[in-house]
Design a protein around this ligand. Structure first.
Ligand SMILES: Nc1ncnc2c1ncn2[C@@H]1O[C@H](COP(=O)(O)OP(=O)(O)OP(=O)(O)O)[C@@H](O)[C@H]1O
Length: 242
């Protein structure tokens, strides 16, 4: 579903993604771990074409480098993205936030989009907040709204970039539960997170990045039980004693 081959990305002289080869099959949940600055966010942004790459190729469901704007729009619609900051439109209700994309981009009728949005808000547990504005919701509820908004575009892949890092601890689990359900339903997911519980529970595969490289690519049991590289041992040592 996601295929990256020989992807390189530089910021000036900084080599942020180094010859990344990655294949994520349909329905697989991949957790990306790594120290700050290792390139995890850039990887997500490259997959969603928010960040242009310098060389290599990225395909989503067989669709590769966009030749024209239309292909780019399609590619973006196929990849739902949830960031650390929820980025909801402050002056629109939660329901309007979720219906905007389907109406404007997918050309769905307003009624159909609202019906679908209510179903999604139900699914993430905040249907009763539909007519409220983002500032009236807790961080956890806003992040669940952001997940519903991404799902409303019917993505083939969901990317999560530290979706719980900005949340108060008591709200982390409600967001992780929604993500765990999505994973169980077969969504293809790439998740950058420091939540090791989620990685152990929901991931099929763990990628460990360091200095722009994928240093380890293993099943969670293997990675947590017996990391191979010194860099991964060091990282786990630090994070597990925090
Ligand atoms: N727009 C940019 N311009 C220049 N350098 C950038 C830009 N975005 C990221 N970088 C640099 O690229 C490197 C990788 O950043 P990236 O955000 O991908 O790492 P990360 O692993 O996601 O880190 P964190 O866990 O702190 O979010 C870092 O050194 C960062 O400072």
């Amino acid at each position: 579903m996601i295929r990256m081959s020989a992807v390189d990305k530089y910021f000036g002289s900084l080599h942020v993604l180094r010859a990344i080869d990655l294949e994520v099959p349909r329905g697989q949940v991949v957790v990306v771990l790594g120290p700050s600055g290792s390139g995890k966010s850039t990887l997500c942004r490259a997959i969603n074409r928010l960040e242009p790459i310098d060389s290599g190729r990225i395909e989503i469901d067989g669709v590769g480098l966009p030749a024209e704007g239309r292909a780019l729009a399609q590619l973006r619609a196929d990849v739902g993205m949830v960031f650390q900051q929820f980025n909801l439109f402050a002056h629109k209700t939660i329901l309007d936030n979720v219906t905007l994309g389907p109406v404007k981009v997918r050309r769905q009728s307003r009624d159909a989009a609202r019906e679908e949005a209510m179903r999604l808000l139900e699914r993430v547990g905040i249907a009763d907040q539909a007519e409220k504005y983002p500032a009236q919701l807790s961080g956890g509820q806003q992040q669940r709204a952001a997940i519903a908004r991404a799902l409303a575009m019917k993505p083939k892949v969901m990317l999560f970039d530290e979706p719980t890092s900005a949340l108060d601890p008591e709200m982390v689990n409600e967001v992780l539960e929604v993500m765990t359900d999505l994973a169980a339903e077969g969504m293809t997911m790439l998740v950058v997170t420091h939540e090791m519980g989620f990685a152990r529970r929901a991931a099929h595969r763990v990628l460990f990045m360091s200095d722009g490289e994928v240093v380890e690519d293993a099943a969670p049991e293997g990675f947590f039980g017996a990391p191979k590289s010194e860099r991964a041992k060091d990282f786990l040592g630090k994070i597990l004693t925090q």
